[in-house]
Design a protein around this ligand. Structure first.
Ligand code: ADP
Ligand code: ZN
Length: 773
């Protein structure tokens, strides 16, 4: 027998190896193996087993790593799809489906060393001071992991070994399972009686999952979009659908955006399944786990002890089997997209995995992405709607405050409108709490007149032009259109000469707040102030018990939090999300405003939201004010249709990067010509390459298979990226739009290999990008 193996080195192909007699019967699809490759030994994953190979003289596999296959054949198929669709090498796709901690040859719980105090037969020997301290510590604890001791005593393993040499302690390896949530005391919860809307939604999901115990997954498993306002009881539906999966003997994966993977969220799932007949462990996977924790969580899943997995993006690859249900919370969240190869979107991978494994997929959101809602309208997803809050609470009252400067005497752009100031004062008097939200993406990449709200847009692409301050020019990063920065605001009625000094100081907010409300207890919450693992939990704890009056924060506080005493939410500059050079800027603003507004009035007192904006009449702001998702959807779809943006097409973003701007620019222009030839006309590429034109660089030939022409293709660019220079690299982009993305990805994979670029220019391909910078 032979095994086909994908090696963990960057080669876009698989290799055949012989299975030696002693391993026969142990090597399977998904097995991790070590094989000879040239003079080296490398690791790989078996992707297929076959009777014979096209090649002769196969080398044998050296050894098998780990007793259990780590990737299931199904997840392997998923990885293959990711490689193809997201245009990356299969071994890169494979790497993403197995976390590093599990992949490493020597990682595991058997490796963990424990230190134990040994009984003393005689008087303790005299010890140097340091060793004495450490020994005392060990005696107190009797036994503890070596790593923990080293950290606790601020010492080294070598010093601890000295005590072992003296016969005072033993150091042995021991299986010990890490539980990142071990310290929590969790009270079990029971399923709630659902209201009629919830019950109807759950019923449909259950029908799709199959009713009876142990029933095989249906071959035409369905995907649902659950559109429900914040507080409409979506999570309760998830919990009961998961219970149904467990009762059927199946498992579930719950994806949540990294940012809302709070202890609060995890607890709700653990609490429901910590006891009772459906009891199971809930594994948690996210990026803040240590390698050891990650390893243990992963094995709990693989061994079937944890049948529910809750985690961020990469949890979609968790080896749950059989898999009955996948839930994607806040499906519109951009953190589901991985920003390095493989650049997969976990929501889309979830839908694909559901189809491959016959599992039901539920995408949930209060503000679905346009793509998903359009899919629901087309019937690709079944739409479930929960238009009201469970407790009949009203949606908060949203007031839009016009910040255009005409009304203010201050020189710089104002930070607090009189309305918001007054509202905060009232809350302080009534001992109610306030959340103030600022957008973190504070670099002012657009040009906006602080007086009238005018923003410079590209005439071709309907996106904000990027403001390059140093060169005083405005440029579109989709089509490359360029213009000079106007001397005065172009609005005929405005003509404000101060337009180029627009810009906003978000850091100032906390400072000004301290001046305006000297007695208020203010706390800021953003990536800068949340350095340690526990900071987030601690601050939220303080806020919950009322030790903080005003919480100022970024995206971090936009979601999932539930504080009954918060009656006021202020959004300082709603425009900041609006005027990003991105065709999704309006959609993002709408989502953000809706989510942030959802933080207000979750208790007995109705909530109030102040949205401060320089463009108060923008549709994204106005529809959010009325809580009108459908209205926003209709209007935004019209705009997307005009320029064939998604959902009317799919986008591939090609980015070229290098230290020499001229080379990058030139290579981008060359690539565009190649793309035109190959994709528009469907002819093979010509042989001239960019690197021919730079002396001294090799130019291998560029044989490519011809591709059929793409009739609906739009090629835009090259144009400089909005962040043209990042870390001393210049970046240029080309944007492709087509309805036939699977086919385009395959063609692009060929083009990437065949197009010769100078050695110091790199090309990356991002399919369905969410970050356009
Ligand atoms: P969402 O996930 O849509 O924001 P949740 O599921 O968190 O909504 O529900 C909001 C609140 O309402 C939670 O405190 C939840 O326990 C409660 N809740 C949900 N469903 C019901 C129900 N059927 N009866 C009573 N309370 C419910
Ligand atoms: Zn443009």
């Amino acid at each position: 027998m032979i095994a086909r193996i994908s090696l963990e080195i960057a080669l876009r192909r698989e290799f055949d190896y012989a299975i030696p007699a002693e391993l026969s019967g142990h090597v399977d699809v998904g097995s991790r193996v070590q094989v000879p490759f040239g003079a080296r030994k490398v690791l790989g994953v078996v992707t297929a087993i076959a009777e014979e190979s096209g090649q002769a003289n196969l080398k044998p596999i050296i050894k098998l790593i780990g007793a259990q296959t780590l990737v299931t054949a199904k997840v392997l198929r998923l990885a293959r799809w990711i490689g193809e669709y997201y245009c990356c090498a299969p071994e890169i796709a494979l790497k993403s489906v197995l976390p590093e901690a599990v992949r490493k040859e020597d990682a595991g719980w058997r490796e963990r060393l424990h230190v134990r105090a040994l009984p003393l037969n005689s008087d303790p020997p005299p010890l140097p001071k340091r060793q004495q301290e450490i020994w005392q510590l060990i005696q107190q604890r009797r036994e503890l992991p070596l790593a923990e001791l080293v950290a606790l005593a601020d010492t080294t393993a070598a010093t601890v070994r000295k005590l072992e040499d003296r016969g005072l302690i033993s150091i042995t390896s021991k299986v010990s399972e890490r539980d990142p949530y071990a310290r929590e005391a969790i009270l079990p919860t029971q399923p709630l009686a659902l209201n009629p809307k919830q019950a109807a939604a759950l019923e449909k999901i259950k029908v799709a999952m199959g009713a009876s115990t142990g029933e095989a997954n249906s071959p035409t498993a369905k995907s649902f979009l659950l559109h429900g306002v914040t507080g409409s009881g979506k999570t309760e539906i998830y919990l009961q659908a998961i219970a149904h999966a467990l009762a059927q003997g199946k498992g579930a994966i719950v994806l949540v955006p990294e940012i809302s993977l709070t202890p609060q969220t995890v607890e709700r799932f653990k609490a429901r399944f910590s006891s009772g007949p459906l009891q199971t462990l809930v594994a948690v996977l996210h990026s803040h786990l240590s390698a050891g924790e990650r390893h243990d969580e992963w094995h709990k899943i693989r061994q079937g002890r944890a049948r529910i997995v809750i985690g961020a993006r990469s949890a979609i690859f968790a080896p749950v089997g059989p898999l009955g249900l996948i839930i994607v919370e806040e499906e519109q969240e951009h953190t589901y997209k991985q920003e390095e190869a493989p650049r997969y979107h976990a929501r889309d991978v979830a839908v694909m995995r559901g189809q491959m494994e016959g599992a039901v997929v539920v995408l949930g959101s209060a503000t679905p992405s346009l793509e998903s809602f359009a899919n629901a309208k087309k019937g690709k997803f079944a739409l479930l709607e929960l238009p009201e809050r469970v407790d009949d609470q009203k949606m908060p009252l949203v007031r839009v405050v016009d910040m255009r400067q005409a009304q203010y005497k201050e020189k710089g752009p104002p930070i607090f409108s009189p309305q918001l100031k007054e509202a905060i004062t009232k809350r302080l008097e009534r001992k109610e709490q306030t959340i103030l939200f600022l957008n973190r993406r504070g670099y002012s990449s657009s040009l906006q007149c602080p007086k009238c709200g005018y923003v410079a847009n590209c005439p071709n692409c309907s996106i904000t032009l990027t403001y390059h301050r140093t060169e005083q020019k405005l440029q579109c990063h989709i089509c490359g259109h360029m213009e000079k920065v106007p001397a005065v605001c172009p609005e005929p009625k405005c003509k404000n000469p101060a337009i180029r000094y627009a810009g906003t100081g978000t850091q100032k907010v906390e400072e000004i707040l301290a001046k305006l409300f000297p007695n208020a207890r203010v706390h800021r919450m953003d990536a800068d102030t949340m350095k340690r693992k526990d900071d987030y939990r601690r601050v939220l704890g303080d806020f919950r018990v009322g030790k903080i009056d005003i919480l100022v924060g970024t995206q971090m506080i936009a979601k999932g939090l539930h504080f009954p005493n918060v009656t006021l939410v202020g959004i300082i500059y709603a425009d900041m999300a609006l005027h990003q050079p991105d065709f999704r800027a309006g959609e993002r603003t709408f989502q953000l405003l809706t989510q942030v507004a959802g933080r207000a009035g979750r208790g007995d007192v109705a909530g109030e939201v102040f949205v401060q904006a320089f463009t108060p009449f923008h549709p994204a702001i106005q529809y959010a004010r009325r809580h009108d998702f459908e209205g926003f959807f209709e209007q935004e779809m019209e705009f997307r249709a005009q320029l064939k943006y998604p959902p009317y097409s799919r986008v591939a973003l090609l980015t070229l990067k290098g230290r020499n701007e001229e080379k990058v620019k030139f290579s981008a222009a060359h690539l565009r010509r190649e793309l035109e030839k190959l994709l528009r006309d469907g002819t093979p590429a010509a042989t001239a390459t960019a690197s021919d034109l730079f002396a001294g660089e090799a130019a291998p030939d560029t044989a490519t298979t011809p591709v059929a022409a793409f009739k609906d293709l739009v090629i835009a660019g090259p144009a400089p990226s909005p962040l043209l220079r990042a870390e001393n690299f210049y970046r240029y982009q080309i944007m492709l739009r087509t309805g036939a993305m699977s086919r385009l990805s395959r063609a692009l994979a060929q083009i990437v290999v065949a197009t010769n670029l100078p050695n110091d220019v790199t090309l990356s391909v991002d399919i369905d990008p969410v970050d356009m910078s």
